[in-house]
Design a protein around this ligand. Structure first.
Ligand SMILES: NC(=O)c1ccc[n+]([C@@H]2O[C@H](COP(=O)([O-])OP(=O)(O)OC[C@H]3O[C@@H](n4cnc5c(N)ncnc54)[C@H](OP(=O)(O)O)[C@@H]3O)[C@@H](O)[C@H]2O)c1
Length: 284
């Protein structure tokens, strides 16, 4: 008898999530009997929903805004990575034990490595804009590559300082928190610039970050993927810099969860990317 496996993405709101499209593509192309659903769950119902997942037939779930911190707290055995980042985006059950990981940083690095394999050689100094959930995952990932100096610039300076303190402990990298107004100085000489704020997203204010001070061979990575080419990436391309869009991160961060729930490591293919691009380009 073939087992029918189920997973879902839990969030509030959730209608906008592209995860069902991504996992649905993999289920279909790999010929796996399973389903990946959207679960619209309010904060007050989150714990009960997760605890009831095995009896509802779910092997696990992705977790998105606003439940990522709660997911970590609820979990019996989080990965060291999820603990260090302070949030979880992937849950699964193993012999009744709820486990969790955070795959945002993995997705970020997989896409950056695939797009510009030589990025590390020019990035002794990296700058991360933002100090929210995504920035935490990205800082953790960049630290794993031994980048010497990482600057975190955020509108709320205290939040950047807190992040630098939390993740700097025991690290051989130097993490420097900078105020938003110091951006022109903060990006000087950097070889990697990452936008991990929500600025530049459709219906959000634009991101006004100076690019003049970056190295001429720098890589600019914007994790915002709607629109696919943000104003930041357009300006970076115009300056002759190398660019990375946010869609690849979204696709790559999904793969480890799929493997946990459905037992096969899926591939991020050009066909999958084209499917999501077509969805992003649909009129709202
Ligand atoms: N490509 C992917 O796979 C992927 C994965 C995760 C997230 N994302 C995208 O990454 C972005 C951040 O997500 P998140 O989960 O980290 O959100 P979050 O935890 O809410 O953090 C938002 C960040 O944006 C900053 N920000 C918001 N409005 C701003 C403004 N007007 N001026 C300056 N800074 C502003 C915040 O600064 P303050 O601290 O000062 O408020 C904070 O650093 C979103 O656009 C999300 O869609 C993409």
């Amino acid at each position: 008898m073939t087992t029918f496996l189920k997973a879902c993405v839990i969030g509030d709101p959730i209608a906008h999530s592209r995860s069902p499209l991504i996992h649905g593509y993999w289920l279909r192309t790999l010929g796996i009997a399973g389903a990946y659903e959207r679960a619209h769950v309010k904060a007050e119902d989150f714990a009960a929903f997760v605890r009831a997942m095995p009896e509802q037939g779910y092997a696990g779930a992705n977790v998105t805004v606003p439940h990522k911190e709660r997911a970590l707290a609820l979990c019996d055995e989080p990965s060291a990575r999820a603990r260090a980042i302070g949030a979880a985006n992937t849950l699964w059950f193993e012999d009744g034990t709820l486990r969790a990981d955070n795959t945002d940083g993995l997705g970020f690095l997989a896409h950056l490595d695939a797009t510009h394999p030589g990025w590390r050689a020019v990035a002794d100094h990296a700058v991360i804009l933002g100090a929210g959930g995504a920035a935490r995952g990205i800082l953790h990932a960049i630290l794993s590559r031994g980048v010497e100096t990482i600057t975190v610039a955020n509108r709320n300076l205290e939040r950047a300082e807190c992040l630098a303190r939390d993740m700097g402990e025991g690290s051989s990298s130097r993490i420097v928190a900078r105020a938003w107004r110091d951006l022109p100085e903060a990006v000087r000489g950097a070889g990697l610039l990452v936008n991990a704020t929500s600025l530049g997203m459709a219906r959000q204010p634009p991101l006004d970050c100076p690019l003049d001070g970056l190295r001429d061979d720098a890589v600019v990575d914007d994790i915002v993927y709607a629109p696919l080419e943000t104003e930041l990436l357009r300006r970076a391309r115009h300056r002759g810099l190398r660019v990375v869009d946010g869609l690849g991160m979204l696709l790559h961060q999904a793969a480890p969860g799929f493997e946990r729930w459905f037992g096969v490591r899926p591939e991020v293919t050009p066909e999958l990317r084209a499917l999501i691009v077509a969805d992003l380009e649909k009129p709202a």
